[in-house]
Design a protein around this ligand. Structure first.
Ligand code: ATP
Ligand code: MG
Length: 428
């Protein structure tokens, strides 16, 4: 992509309305613009990141044996009245009336609708277990939308739902999601800490929030530092990880906390995912039953599994930035390489930079090419701000010695290399 033709409105100044670093950087780097309170438009660069995060989530869900569907954003109130949540949800639910005066709503989540889909099609335990998910926009009329896409009113969520014939089988489905979530967040360069969360009226230990440590997190979190070490080492054994202590402030009690003070980490956390076994809570009121192996009609045991896809864009920036701007992990970066032409009005430099651009594109490397006729300082500042993993700078002085400069955004180390060597590094 040539920057001279791209739509990338960057800002030099910090926008006054943004209180936390990820929100400031998302506005400054031209990723999003606010449309109204808690509702955002995604601009080209931000949209590319959102899509890449979505794709990682999708790949890990598919790898765990889940099946993608797409349910609508607008739902009829009927099923919600049946489940009892139409009243319980209160003002967070956006209610709409259509022209026939029918009550509709913009979905804040999808337990009712997916249970209904299941109920109409599935009869026997032989068709279980199943896990269906979708990645769809949600609306929750949050009291205090804030921090940009972190707490929006309209936001993109992956929500998945498991269906099992009994508790034992549901626990297996739950653990499979527990592991899939660890893999998903780790692929985004994050350290997700699974924390035991409120399981609601059913009780039990099958509810975990996945929290990312960041200064600007909304809740205080407390955890065994051994747990974080295990996660960083790539441990994926659900039972082992679940046995180590981690809790958010609403569950943590210093009096009963089993972790010795020297091993108790305290920080603030951003909730990027939540998994939850809810038993027959929806199956019963909605009549979703199957015949079990003995021929009895039994309600389906369900679990729901959410990931804040749009919130993750902010969370990844909170976890990866410096004074100059965003530092994207390669797995979600909007482009892998930022190519800088230092002297766009010099034909020899431009010919060399154009040639590199063509070769990178020819090798399928996503590259943003700063071919604008701008000051070098402004180009470097923009490139640092938008945080692409690699910066390749082509200037007349280097070219005389046959070299270009390759900089890694994370860590900042620079190397002068021949064009061929630089391309070999980037195309590998
Ligand atoms: P929170 O406690 O942050 O309000 P929640 O418990 O309401 O979250 P869930 O219903 O479990 O959230 O939704 C699944 C995921 O969707 C959350 O883990 C979070 O990452 C994301 N999410 C929830 N509300 C919002 C929001 N208002 N804006 C952006 N993402 C959100
Ligand atoms: Mg909420």
């Amino acid at each position: 992509m040539r920057l001279s033709r791209y739509f990338l409105p960057t800002l030099k100044e910090n926008p006054a309305e943004a209180q936390i670093v990820s929100h400031r950087l998302m506005l400054r780097a031209g990723l999003v613009r606010q449309a109204s309170a808690g509702i955002y438009s995604w601009l080209p660069l931000g949209f590319r990141v959102l899509k890449r995060i979505e794709q990682i989530v999708r790949e890990e869900m598919d790898a765990a044996g889940c099946h993608e569907v797409l349910m609508p954003t607008i739902q009829s109130a009927d099923l919600w009245i049946k489940s009892g949540r139409y009243n319980d949800y209160g003002k967070e639910m956006l209610r709409i009336r259509d022209r026939h005066d029918r009550e509709m709503l913009y979905g804040p989540t999808n337990e009712e609708l997916i249970t209904e889909i299941f109920r109409s099609e599935v009869r026997s335990y032989r068709q279980l277990p199943r896990n269906l998910y979708h990645i769809q926009w949600k609306f929750r009329d949050e009291v205090r939308p804030r921090f940009g896409v972190m707490r929006g009113r309209e936001f993109l969520m992956k929500d998945g739902y498991s269906f099992d014939v009994d508790f034992e089988s549901a626990r297996k489905s739950y653990d499979a999601m527990f592991v899939a979530y660890l893999k998903t967040f780790r692929r985004m360069g994050l350290t997700p800490i699974p924390m035991r969360a409120d399981a609601g009226p059913i009780g039990g230990d099958l509810s975990h929030e996945f929290q990312i440590v960041a200064e600007t997190g909304e809740s205080a979190v407390f955890y065994d530092t051994d747990l974080v070490e295990l996660i960083e080492q790539g441990e994926l054994d659900a039972d082992r990880l679940k046995s180590l202590y981690a809790a958010t402030d609403d569950k943590h009690d210093p009096k009963t906390c089993p972790v010795p003070p020297e091993r108790l980490g305290t920080a603030r956390g951003i909730e990027v995912g939540h998994i939850f076994y809810f038993g027959t809570k929806y199956a019963e009121p909605l009549g979703a039953t199957v015949t079990d192996a003995d021929g009895n009609q039994v309600p389906i045991h369900g679990g729901s599994y959410g990931i804040g896809v749009s919130r993750l864009v902010g969370a990844i920036i909170e976890a990866g930035h410096d004074d100059a701007g965003i530092v994207w992990p390669e797995s979600v970066a909007p482009f892998k390489v930022g190519l800088i032409n230092l002297k766009a009005d010099d034909p020899a430099t431009t010919a060399a930079a154009d040639g590199i651009y063509d070769r990178l594109r020819g090798s399928g490397v996503p590259v943003l090419y700063d071919d604008r006729d701008e000051r070098a300082g402004a180009k470097f500042a923009d490139m640092d701000l938008i945080g692409l993993p690699w910066q390749l700078t082509v200037g007349p002085r280097g070219l005389k010695g046959g070299v270009v400069e390759l900089k890694r955004r994370a860590g900042g180390e620079r190397n002068e290399l021949s064009i061929d060597a630089a391309l070999a590094r980037l195309c590998g």
